[in-house]
Design a protein around this ligand. Structure first.
Ligand SMILES: CC(C)(COP(=O)(O)OP(=O)(O)OC[C@H]1O[C@@H](n2cnc3c(N)ncnc32)[C@H](O)[C@@H]1OP(=O)(O)O)[C@@H](O)C(=O)NCCC(=O)NCCS
Length: 163
């Protein structure tokens, strides 16, 4: 394994955003349609980074992937539930990086006292579905045609890991 996983700092954000924006522009694996901006990520990391940590995978001195936790809902009674997100640079997929990032997220979620982690995965993104199954997530229902991107209706799978 020639990469390491560590907590992200502000200096990592341009690379994190670069990876994310690639998928926003070219894939329906993420339901955003506009590029992420530095400022929103930066503020989020400063204000919420301890409760909802962001990790990066680093190869040499390059950020090649990221994984983060985020709230399930702003409604406070949902505070013990988080979502995960994992994104690996396109040319480095399939080398175990996503798996390491997800391991780290699950450990972090346990350490922070969350009760479960939810992954919301576009139903035809088999790599992501398989990744989550491999880490113990169970299918928790499919929502049909809740998304619309690149001229197509998109079904979304909810997957859940009890901690
Ligand atoms: C999904 C993603 C994060 C997986 O990361 P990765 O580094 O490529 O995956 P890994 O090499 O760690 O593989 C882990 C497991 O995922 C599954 N997997 C990975 N790539 C796969 C593929 N192309 N097809 C099917 N399953 C795949 C396998 O179960 C694999 O386990 P195995 O190696 O024992 O077979 C990565 O492909 C990615 O960034 N995709 C685009 C963004 C995305 O969909 N993110 C998820 C949003 S929740």
């Amino acid at each position: 394994m020639d990469y390491t996983i560590r907590r992200a700092g502000q200096d990592d954000l341009p690379a994190v955003i670069g990876i994310t924006n690639h998928y926003i522009r070219h894939s329906s694996c993420i339901m955003k349609e506009r590029d992420e901006q530095m400022e929103e990520r930066s503020i989020w990391l400063t204000e919420n980074g301890d409760r909802y940590p962001l990790f990066v995978a680093v190869k040499g001195d390059e950020v090649v992937g990221w994984g983060g936790l985020s709230p399930h809902s702003e409604r406070t009674a949902y505070r013990y539930t988080v979502h995960d997100a994992v994104y690996v640079r396109q040319d480095l997929r399939g080398q175990g990086i996503g798996s390491c990032l997800l391991d780290r997220l699950i450990s972090a979620a346990k350490g922070l006292g969350y009760r479960s982690v939810i992954a919301v995965v576009v139903s035809d993104h088999q790599a992501s579905i398989d990744l989550h199954h491999r880490h113990g997530f169970r299918d928790a229902g499919c929502l049909r045609q809740v998304g619309y991107k690149f001229g197509k209706w998109i079904d979304v799978m909810n997957m859940q890991l009890m901690l």
